[in-house]
Ligand binder design. Structure first.
Ligand SMILES: [Zn+2]
Ligand SMILES: [Zn+2]
Length: 272
């Protein structure tokens, strides 16, 4: 029995003798099946071909990302707090480099995920760090593909972990799409960790909001406005998306607002 990992989205599944027939996450209209059809790997196989890079991004924030990339290819973020560390959107690769380095930094107290595209091998990470609870919004519960983990399903709009760490349900991309507010980030000005619930775009003064990124399906104005309103009560000047270069480096809260205004303007029915 093995826990197979989908090659397109990087999600690890319940243990089976043979690879699952399909990946429901990639069959969904927000994702896709790769050109060569559904492919699978395992963590052991991936460990032989990939290694992790860990890099301090700012004080108390460490990026962990595999090279070469695999699946959706995001990097995870480890936020350090006075009470312990939180791992946000785990990367698929749990290797000795990551385990040794993260242990030296105090381990992992909580794991939290933004949405089902960026969960990868979260149960493996949890087990390696004392069964750290995996915070997962209950509106996304149907997308749990590996069920034998210590999930902490939370509902409603926010989940305060304390120590300046708050999970905020924004919805949009998925009903339970979540961001993590880190009040102590950016030297106390605050930072928002967003995965692709709020997606940093190539012009890093802006972000975007989509139902599907690979298939380019937009959200409606109501859902975009909901995202902006969900983060409005929180101060943040930096915003970290799911990839190494996905960073709004300054004035991030206004970047979210002006991006939403531009987006809503663009999807308005044209007046002739
Ligand atoms: Zn998949
Ligand atoms: Zn996504």
């Amino acid at each position: 029995m093995q826990n197979f990992v989908c090659a397109t989205c990087g999600t690890q599944f319940n243990a089976t003798e043979t690879p699952p027939a399909n990946c429901p996450i990639c069959d969904d209209e927000r994702q896709y099946v790769g050109y060569g059809g559904q492919q699978w790997s395992t963590l052991d196989r991936l460990k032989r071909a990939h290694h992790n890079r860990l890099e301090t991004i700012e004080k108390n924030l460490i990026g962990i990302g595999a090279e070469p990339t695999f699946g959706i290819g995001h990097r995870s973020l480890l936020v350090r707090s006075t009470s312990g560390n939180i791992l946000w959107d785990p990367t698929f690769l749990l290797d000795e480099t990551a385990i040794t380095t993260v242990r030296a930094l105090g381990g992992i107290k909580w794991i939290a995920v933004s949405h089902p595209h960026l969960v990868t091998t979260c149960v493996e990470w949890s087990r390696a760090f004392g069964d750290a609870p995996i915070y997962w919004h209950t509106d996304n519960r149907a997308w749990v593909m590996r069920t034998d983990g210590p999930y902490m399903f939370w509902g409603g709009e926010t989940c305060a972990l304390g120590f300046g760490l708050t999970l905020i349900r924004c919805g949009g991309h998925f009903d339970g799409s979540t961001v993590l507010h880190w009040a102590n980030g950016d030297e106390g000005r605050g930072a928002l960790l967003t995965g692709d619930t709020i997606q940093v775009v190539s012009d890093r003064r802006y972000v975007s909001f989509m139902y599907s990124y690979p298939n380019q399906i937009p959200l409606n104005a109501q859902k975009v406005t909901h995202i902006v309103n969900a983060v409005e009560p929180y101060a943040f000047s930096k915003l970290y998306g799911g990839w190494w270069t996905s960073i709004v480096a300054a004035d991030a809260k206004n970047a979210v607002k002006r991006s939403a205004a531009r987006y809503i303007q663009a999807i308005q029915p044209s007046r002739v």
